[in-house]
Design a protein around this ligand. Sequence first.
Ligand SMILES: C[S@@+](CC[C@H](N)C(=O)[O-])C[C@H]1O[C@@H](n2cnc3c(N)ncnc32)[C@H](O)[C@@H]1O
Length: 258
Amino acid sequence: MKIEEYIKSLPNDIISGNEVQLPERSFRKIFEFLNLNENDVFYHLGCGDGEGIKIALQEFHVKKAIGVDNSKEKIQQAKKLAEENDLNGENFLCQDAVTAKIDDATAILFWFTDIEIIEKMKKRFQSLQDGCKIVTIWGPLPECLPAQVDFPYIINQVPFKHANLKEQLLAIFGIKCIDFVAAWEYAERYTKAIASHNTENDRFLTILQSLVIWINAKNLGITCEDDIPVPIKNYMEILKKFFGIEVEHLLNDTNLKF
Ligand SMILES: C[S@@+](CC[C@H](N)C(=O)[O-])C[C@H]1O[C@@H](n2cnc3c(N)ncnc32)[C@H](O)[C@@H]1O
C-alpha cells in the first residue's frame, strides 16, 4: 500500500495530533531554547493537559502563561493540574486557537499540522509585537525563514522574513545539500525529541521520516546525490517487503524509480 494509505489507516486521534502530548523533557528543551524567563508572556496553543504551562510557570518563572485548547476535557484536566499545583485556574482558556486573544505574547508554542489553522495563525502572528517568538516543531511557518533552529524545534520570529521551501530546508539543515546520513540524523533527532522511547517503534519511525526527508530534498533538487543512494534504496525495499509500505511514487523524477 502507498504510504498515504498506511497513514490513513492509523487512529485519527493520533494523526490529527489531538491526542498527542509532548513529554516533559521536550517542554524543558523548548523553553531553554526560547530562553523563556520572567519577562515573558507565554502562550501554549493546543495546551492539552496543561503540563507545558505548569513547567513555564514553576521552572521558568514567566510573567504570565496562558494555555489555550478547544477541548473541554483537556481544559478540565489542565485546571485540575493547576489546582493541584497552586497555579491560577485562569491560566487556561477553552477557546479556539484561531480566535483566542494573544496580543501580549512574547513567546508562543504552536505545534499544529492542520494547514488551515496554520495559515490563519500565521496572519495573526504577523501582527504581534516585534521580537515575539513562535516555536513550531519539525517545520517553520509557511514561507518563513527560521530565526533559530535546534531541530526539531524551530523559532519563527516577528517580523517574519520570507523564504521559499528550498531556503527553509537549507536553513533548517544548515548544510548545502542533503545526503542519506543527514536525512537519517534529522529523522532520529525528531523521533528522540518527541516520542516516548520504544526502540522498535523509534527505528521504524526514523526509517519512514528519513525516507520522506530525502525524497522531499530530491524533489527540491537539493540532495547531494544524483541517484538514489544505496541505503535509501535498501530502506525502500525493507519498507515494501516487510511492512507492505511503498514510498517510491513520492519521487517526482520518474527516471529514478526502480
Ligand atoms: C499537538 S496539539 C495540535 C493538534 C492539531 N489538531 C494539529 O493540527 O496538529 C494538540 C492539542 O491541540 C488541541 N487543539 C486542536 N485543535 C485546536 C484548535 N483549533 N484550537 C485550540 N486547540 C486545539 C487539542 O485538543 C489537543 O489538546
